[in-house]
Design a binder for this molecule. Structure first.
Ligand code: NCD
Length: 309
């Protein structure tokens, strides 16, 4: 894929080679980077939903490369609260910036924005659909920890229905022959569409609700938060919150090389007693977001020399 001026909307738009290429460039940025590379470029961050890591790591990445950042983190303080349409907001902001990172509560909003915008749009999460840049940093973290991406056993635990990070990562790992264990309450299972896609790719997976039954098979335990804000009925959330909770004692009884990941924020599914154990890599995972997003912004804004071809 030629990255310059591309939109980053869904992980399904990437081939295996595209993913590996971004990870390679990210590795280079981890070692060294030119702090003036994006001098003169402006990133707009349009966050119609709350965010800590995604927005701040994009801002940090842009700043580290000498670029500037504008944007909002609360649509209530913008003309959206006066009834301005997404289309109009995008039309205006594209005149103010060179690239847009957008998070929006509606599935498909990023694709819609990209169809309108003349500058690249990066999807920072659209409803329950996709979160492609989280997947890039997840893959980067996995590759760094295991020295490979192929043939890993990964357990996705928690809210697999509404968790967009899981939808994106499961698809990406299908390129690398992962064996997947989907562990959730019956009400929060992986969407049919995602499972059908895995069937097409001939990926082996199991579904269940009992983590302890599969924990010892896993290389990666990918914990997720129950997505409170996505539940149409708050009583349903009350019933399901707290359904998984792992702590240090639980981890002591898992296999030695297991790594625990989490896109964060965590609520009650991942106790702080796990922090600092050699199995916990979720803070490192979040920190990798800056490196990967530096690589991505550079690829989209500049023509980076591809030494692989
Ligand atoms: C995730 C998201 O927004 O989907 N957060 C993130 O970007 N790291 C996960 C979540 O909110 O649970």
């Amino acid at each position: 894929m030629e990255f310059k001026s591309k939109d980053i909307i869904s992980i399904r738009d990437f081939s295996k080679e595209d993913l590996l290429y971004i990870l390679d460039i990210s590795k280079k940025f981890e070692k060294d980077y030119d702090s003036n590379l994006l001098n003169g470029h402006i990133l707009a961050t349009l966050f119609f939903e709350p965010s800590t890591r995604t927005r701040l790591s994009f801002s940090s990445a842009m700043s580290r490369l000498g670029g500037k950042v504008i944007g909002f983190d609360n649509p209530a303080s913008t003309s959206v609260s006066k009834g301005e349409s997404l289309l109009d907001t995008i039309k205006i902001v594209e005149g103010y910036s060179d690239i847009i990172v957008m998070r929006h509560p509606i599935d498909g909003a990023a694709r819609f924005a990209a169809e309108t915008a003349k500058i690249p749009i990066i999807n920072a999460g659209d409803g329950v659909n996709q979160h492609p840049t989280q997947t890039l940093l997840d893959l980067y973290t996995i590759q760094k920890s295991f020295g490979k991406l192929e043939n890993l056993n990964i357990g996705f635990v928690g809210d697999l229905k509404y968790g967009r990070t899981v939808h994106s990562l499961a698809h990406a790992l299908s390129h690398f022959k992962a064996k997947m264990y989907f562990i959730s309450p019956p009400q929060l299972k992986m969407p049919k569409d995602d499972l059908e896609q895995l069937d097409k790719e001939k990926i082996k997976y199991t579904e269940g609700k009992d983590l302890s039954k599969v924990a010892n098979k896993l290389d990666i335990l990918y914990m997720t938060r129950i997505q409170k804000e996505r539940f149409p009925d708050p009583i349903e959330y009350q019933k399901l919150k707290g359904c998984y909770r792992i702590d240090k004692t639980f981890l002591e009884n898992t296999k030695k090389g297991l790594k625990v990941m989490h896109p964060l924020p965590r609520v009650d599914e991942l106790c702080s007693s796990c922090d600092g154990t050699e199995k916990a890599i979720y803070f490192e995972q979040a920190h990798n977001g800056v490196t990967v997003r530096m690589a991505l912004l550079s690829l989209l804004l500049k023509k980076i020399k591809n030494e692989r071809t």
